[in-house]
Write a protein that binds this ligand. Sequence first.
Ligand code: TRP
Ligand code: ZN
Length: 877
Amino acid sequence: MSEPQPIYLSDYRPPAYRVTRTELTFDLDPAATRVKARLHVERHPEHEAGVPLELDGEQLNLKAIAIDGQALGEDEYAVGEAGMVVHRVPQAFLLDTEVEVAPDANTALSGLYRSSGMYCTQCEAEGFRRITFYPDRPDVMATFSTTVIGDAATLPVLLSNGNPVERGTLPGGRHFVTWEDPHPKPSYLFALVAGDLEKVEDRFTTMSGREVTLQIWVEEENLDKTDHAMASLQRAMAWDEQAYGREYDLDLFMIVAVNDFNMGAMENKGLNIFNSAAVLTHPHTATDAAFQRVEGIVAHEYFHNWSGNRVTCRDWFQLSLKEGFTVFRDQCFSADTNSAPVKRIEDVSFFRTAQFAEDAGPTAHPVRPDHYIEIGNFYTLTIYEKGAEIVRMLSNLVGEEAFRRGSDLYFSRFDGQAVTIEDFVDCMAEASGEDLGQFLRWYSQAGTPEIDAHGEYDYANAEYRLVLRQRTPATPGQAEKQALHIPVRLGLVGTKSGRDLPLTLDGEALGTDAVIHLREDEQEFLFTEVSEAPVPSLARGFSAPVKLNFPYGREDLAFLQAHDSDGFNRWDAGQRLALLALDDLIAAHRNGVEKVMDPRVVEAFRAVLAARIDDKAVLAQMLTLPSEAYIAEQQPLVDVDAIHAARTFVKQSLTMALRDDFLRLYEENRSEVPYAPEPEQIAARSLKNVALSYLMAIEDEAGLEFAQAQFAADHNMTDVRHALTLLVHGSRGDIADPALKAFGEKWAHDPLVMDQWFSLQVTRPQADVLDRVKFLMAHPAFSLKNPNRVRALIGAFANQNPVNFHRADGAGYRLLADTVIELNRLNPEIAARLITPLTRWARFDEARQELMKAELERIRAEELSPNVYEVVEKALA
Ligand code: TRP
Ligand code: ZN
C-alpha cells in the first residue's frame, strides 16, 4: 500500500465540470442497494474542451454507465480505488450511472449504512462518494430529486431532502417516495432515511408568515423523549429571525434520531440527522447537562441552514467558515436562553482545557489548515471552538451593529454560493470600515498566543503603566510566528474603592471597561488620571483565545474574586487563586512533604459563600475547583497522581472548614417540584450537587445519607446520576455496589442510560478500574461498532480517568491501543479520534513517554486507514 498523500489548499482549482441537477433512485437492500444517478453536467466555461471528467467514488460496484443515453464502452472510462475518469465528454450532457453498495457491511458509518435496522446516510465530509460516482466537493451545487424505494412493511417511512412530491406502491410489497429539494446544494448535505419510525409533529410560523411543519422521527419507544428537542428547535428558529434576520426556507423541517452516529448531528438540508444522544431527553434518562447539550446541538444544526447550507464552503480548508460561525451562533443562542455568564464559564473552561491542549500538541493546526491527509481528522476543537472565538473577537472588534450588517451582507452577497473565510471577513471589514488585515492571521497561525502582562502604578503622577508582550509558541510546521491583532478587554479595579476606575488612555476617556488593541510584539499602555492603586482585570470575558499571565499575588486574586465587575473574571480570579494553592500542594506531594492547606483559599471560599451571590449557577461555578485536566494543562510536566492527591486534599480541607455551609446549601436547594429543564431549577440542582460533592469528599455520615437518599428518591437523572457517581467514586462499596447493580438492571433496555452507567464506573479513581473496563467491554450492552458506547466506555476511561489511564505499568495505554487497532478496521473516523490522549505523550515523565510512544509504534505497524495513519504519523514525528 502506498502512503496516503496530503492535499494542499494552494492546489485548489475550480471544478472543470459542474452538476446543476442530480436525480437519484435508491432501491434499498441490506447487502445490495442499487443507486441510479442521472447527473446534468456542463463544462465550466473557463476550462477548455477535452478535459476529462473526474468523479469521486469509493467502494462502489459499477453496473452501468451512459452519456446522453449511450452506454459507454470499456475503453471510454477508467475506474480506480478513489473514483473514475471519463476520457471524453461533450460540453453539456446527461450522465447515467448505476452502482451497487452494501449498507450492512458499512461499519465506518460514512455513506449509506444501517443502524438498528434503519437505513441512513452521513455524507459530510466525503461520504457521498460511497453512494454514487460524483464530483464530491462542496463547490459543486445541484438541485436534487431523490426517489427512495423500499419494502413497505419493514420500511414504512422513506425520507430525503426537501419536499415529498410523489409516492406510490410497487410490485413485490415495495413502495416509493420521491423528494424534491429546490435549493442547490453540495453533495455533503444529501440525506436519506428509511425505516420503521414514528414522528412527533409541530409547527412554526416564520416572520414572513410561512407555515413550516416540524417533524422529529424516532423509534416508537422514544416518542416520549422528543419534547425538549422540539421546543429547542422552535426557540432556535425564532432566535435566528430576531438575532440574524434569517428565516427558514422550506415547508418541512425534519430531524431523525439515529443510534449509530460518528458525531453529534448533521445539518443535511431539511433533514437533519442526529445521534440519538444529541436529541432524546427525558427527566428520568437525561441530565441537565444533556438537556442543555440537546438544545445547543438542535440550534447548531438549524443555524447551519444559513451558515453552511445557503452559504457553503468553497473547499474543506474553509470548514471553520461554517463551523466556527455556527458554534458562535449556538453559543449566543444558549447564552440568551440560559444563564449567560455560566454559559461563558462552561465554554471557556472546556476551551482552555481541551483546545489549548490540542494547540500545544503534535496535531496542532491553524483554524484554516493549509494541508491535510484526511479531512475527517479536522473536525476539531480548533476548527469549531477556536473558530468560534475568532468570530466572537470579530463581533467585539466591529461592534454588534456592524457585525449584524456584515452578516446580512455576507448572506445576501453569497447566497447559493460556495465561498471562503476571506469572503466572510471582507464583509465584516466592509460593514464596519475596520482594517482586518492583521486580524486574518488568526486563521493561518496555529498555537495559543501567550501574553505576559506587567503593570506599575505611579502614585505621584496617578498613572498606571501596562506593558503587554505577546508570543506564540512554535507548532509543527510553523516555527516562526507573527504578531496577532489581539483585543484585550480590561478594567482597573481600585484597591480602595473596590470599583472599576475611569480609564483614560492617550487623553481619551474610555469609560470603566474598555478594549485595547495589542498588535505589536510588545506594547505599552499608559493610563492617566488613575486616582487609586488598581488591580488590573485583564482579558475580561476571555476576550481573546490566549493565555494571559500577570504576576498576581494571592491577595490580588482574592480581591478580584470579591470585587471584579466582570462575572467571568471574578470566577477566573478564584480559579487562579486555587491553582496557586494547588501548585504548592502538587510540589509537596512530589517531595513527600506534608500538605498544608492555604488558609487564603479557605477564606476566599468563605467569602464567596457569604457574598450571597444570587445567580445560583454562577455560585456553583465559583465553588467548583479547576478540573484535574485543567490543572494538568497548567503544569510544565503532568504528574497525574500528585494532581489527583492535591485536588482531593483541597476538597477535603474545604469541606472540613466549611461543612456547615455545604450542609446548608444542600438542604436549601433540595426540591420536590416536578423536574423541568429550566434555568432556575438547573442552577439550584447544580449548587446542591456541588455541595454534595464536598460533603462526599470526606464521606461523613451526612454526605453518605444525602447521596443514598438522593439516589433512592429517583426524582430525575441529574440527581440520581450525581449521587450514584459520588457513591461509586467513593470508598463505600457496600453502599455503591448494590446501587450500581440496581441502576444497571433498571436501565438495561436504554442504551443512552447504559452509556452513563459505563462512564461513571470507568472514571472511578480507584486502582482496580482497568479490570472493570475490560469486564464491561464484554457486557451485552457494549459494542465496539457503536460510537456512543466506545466514547462512554473507552473514551471516558482514557480522557476522564487520568490516574488510571496513566498507570505506571502502561496497561491503560495498551488497552487504548488495542481498541484503536480494532477500530481502525471498523470505523477509521472514531479510531483516529480515540488516539488523542496518546498523542499528548510529551507532557509526561520519561517512563510514561516511552510507554505511550511504544503503543503508538505498535499502532503504526498495522495496515492503517488514512485517518489513523495521519494522526499516528504526526504524534510520532
Ligand atoms: N457538520 C456537522 C456539525 O458540526 C458535523 C458532522 C456530523 C460530521 N457528522 C459528521 C463531520 C461526520 C464529519 C463526519 O454539525
Ligand atoms: Zn456544525
